[in-house]
Each structure stands twice: as C-alpha cells, then as structure tokens.
Design a protein around this ligand. Structure first.
Ligand code: NAP
Ligand code: ZN
Length: 351
C-alpha cells in the first residue's frame, strides 16, 4: 500500500477537503497512474451529497472522480498493453467479473459484479473504491483506456464519462444522418451529445433553460436552439424529432419532450435526477413513442469513442480549475453555470 493525496467529503453536507488515502501496490495485472486531469461530473455531486441514497447510498469518506486522464507510472509484471510513460484514461468502472453474459457482450457496466471507480466495494483494500480527485490510482489493465496522442488532455478527461454516455446511445439508436435529433440540457453531457450528434450527421437541436447558452450551442454544432421555458417555441417543434437525448440532472417535465417526438420516436434518458420523473401514459401511447435509458458504455465502446475523437479532433470544452476550487465548481454546477465541463488540473494537489 502507498499513500496518495486526495479530496474527499466526510458526509453529505461536508465540503470536499484535502485528505490522504491508501492505494494498493500494483498486482500482476495492475496499472499505476499519475493523474493529470479529472473532470467533474454531476454524478460526483449526486454521490457526494447522497442524492441517490435509495439506489446506491454513499459511503464516507467519499473521493469522487471518474473522468481520469493520466500517465502510467508503473505496471504489474503481467501487463502487456501499457508501459510507464503512456497516456491513459480511466472512466466510471475499474473492475467486473469478466465472465457473465454482459461482460462477454462488452457491456461490463451491466455486470452484476461491476466495480465503479468510486463508492463501490474495494476487494483489494476493503471499504469502498476512491476516485480520481487524487494524485494517483491503481487499476486493472482491462479498465485502462488508450488516449489519442493528438488531443488536449484537459479536454479528454470528460470523454471518459460525459463522452461515452452520449456517444453510446447515439450510436445505438442507429443511423442519425439527416434525422432531427434533440439534446436536452447544455451541460457536460449535453455539449458532448451535440458534438457527437453533429459528427454523425444529424440535424441537431438543443433544448436549454439558459438563454445565455444559445450562441455557444450553435458554436458547439447545434443547427437550432430552443429555449425550453418558451411555450411558443416548444409548440412550433412539437411532433418533429426522431430522437431526443435527455441529460437534465434535476426534476423536469419529461412529457414536454415526449411531445416533441414523431410517430415511433424515442427519448433516451441519461440524466439521473434525484427524484422520480412523472410520465403521463398518453405522452407515450399517442404516437407509439418509446422511452429508454442508457448507462455509460462498455470498455470496448469507450476505446472506440476515444479513437473516434482522436480522428475527428473532438474534446470537451473545459474550464480548468485547481482542486482547491472544487466546492465552488459544485455550487456553480447546481446553478447550471458550467461551460461546459470543469476539468481539475491535478498538479494543483501538490500546492
Ligand atoms: P451538468 O453539467 O450539471 O448539466 C446538466 C444540465 O441540465 C444543466 O447544465 C442545465 O442545462 C440542465 N438543467 C439543470 N437543472 C435543470 C432543471 N431544473 N430544469 C431543466 N434543465 C436543467 O450535468 P452532467 O454532468 O451533464 O450530468 C447530467 C445528468 O446525467 C446528471 O444527473 C448525471 O448524474 C447524469 N449522468 C448519467 C450518466 C449515465 O450513464 N446515464 C453518466 C453521467 C452522468 P441548461 O442550462 O442548458 O438548461
Ligand atoms: Zn459521470
């Protein structure tokens, strides 16, 4: 075991503060990574504040962070894919059983024994896993991703969650070329959804509650922007969308977006609000609409997404912050004041 500096929360109401955690020594198949950047996902905030207590209660202290980019500092004797010095990424998962049907189908996120990067049982050290708001991490090589060399690292970090979480459902929906695709909420996930939907040839429309984000939405690749609080604008587009990706982190009127779909249209939910959403049956049955969900993506697909980003020069638009500003960043995230992902420069942990 060795010590690592990290930022942790001691309870659902405590701020994140400097802490020292233990990391395991590298075993045969492990990769030890010096963390360079870690994105701030709204899931980090939901977890730190125990907002998902009914589905997965938070164990404290909690070290969040699952959008990790770093440099390999050491590898176990059996590791063949990585060597010291390589630039790598780690997303939301650090282990799974590798034998169940889901693992065999490359969707490890649905493995009954998957281990998430933080707040999951740690089979090596006991307690729970600690995430990327830290100077280092040790991860099984199967869950380590190769980072394209041409991309800016601060902007790559958010690809490990916001990127794959939007890429995966867009790919799964099918060929979106020329289709009218809506992205609801222009935050970390939403702005990546816009970039991917545009890259795959859709007519992209952003729904936002923030009129101040309109220009940015167009710059990021949207063809049109709808201010969702404007009933008239919403009414004009009713019944015209083939596919909508809903990334809202808080309670909202999902029926208003189901109303935007064409016959047989689909709304995929990736946002995970604290409270249940209310869905009137008529919003689905009239128009034979479907509502689905999507959870991150498997390791194979995450690598495919990173390679796609390398080829198309896609990264997140980030505001780089020192870790000392993490609590301020959380307060801004709650106010939807994120442009469009905070990326923590982990060198600040040395200060
Ligand atoms: P974020 O950066 O905070 O963005 C969320 C956006 O939703 C905001 O910027 C805002 O956009 C909109 N919004 C917030 N509150 C709203 C409200 N009350 N009504 C309407 N719109 C509102 O969050 P994120 O990191 O993108 O994460 C979004 C959600 O996805 C979170 O719940 C997170 O836990 C979840 N998530 C799910 C997965 C998965 O695998 N399914 C993975 C990662 C994250 P506008 O200003 O444009 O309105
Ligand atoms: Zn996330």
């Amino acid at each position: 075991m060795h010590k690592a500096k990290a930022y942790s929360a001691a309870s659902a109401t405590s701020p994140l503060t400097l802490d020292t955690i233990q990391r395991r020594e590298t075993t045969e198949r492990d990769v030890q990574i010096e963390i360079l950047f870690c994105g701030i996902c709204h899931s980090d905030l939901h977890t730190v504040r125990n907002e998902w207590s009914s589905a997965m209660a938070t164990t404290y202290p909690c070290v969040p962070g699952h959008e990790i980019v770093g440099r390999v500092s050491k590898v176990g004797a059996g590791v063949t894919t990585f060597k010291a010095g390589d630039l790598v990424g780690v997303g939301c998962m650090v282990d799974s059983d590798q034998t169940c049907p889901h693992c065999r189908a490359n969707v490890e996120q649905f493995c009954p024994n998957s281990i998430f990067t933080y707040n999951s049982p740690d089979k090596h050290l006991g307690g729970v896993t600690y995430g990327g708001y830290s100077e280092s991490i040790v991860v099984d090589e199967k869950f380590v991703l190769k980072v394209p060399r041409n991309l800016d690292l601060a902007g790559v970090a958010p690809l490990l969650c916001a990127g794959i979480t939007t890429y995966s459902p867009i790919r799964r929906w099918g060929d979106i070329t020329g289709k009218k695709v809506g992205v609801v909420g222009l935050g970390g996930l939403g702005h990546m959804g816009v970039k991917f939907a545009r890259a795959f040839g859709a007519h992209v429309v952003v729904f936002t509650t923030s009129p101040s984000k309109k220009e940015d939405a167009l710059r990021l690749g949207a063809h049109e922007v709808i201010i969702s609080t404007n009933g008239e604008e919403m009414h004009k587009h009713a019944g015209t969308f083939n596919f909508i990706l809903d990334t809202i982190a808080a309670d909202h009127n999902i029926a208003a977006y189901l109303n935007m779909l064409v016959l047989d249209g689909n709304l995929t939910l990736v946002g995970a609000p604290e409270k249940p959403l209310s869905i009137p049956a008529f919003a689905l049955i009239f128009g034979r609409k479907s509502l689905s969900g999507s959870l991150i993506g498997g390791i194979k697909e995450t690598q495919e997404m990173l390679d796609f980003c390398g080829q198309h020069n896609i990264t997140a638009d980030v505001e780089i912050i020192p870790i000392q500003k993490v609590n301020e960043a959380y307060a801004r995230m709650v106010k939807s004041d994120v442009k469009y992902r905070f990326s923590i420069d982990m060198a600040s942990l040395k200060d």
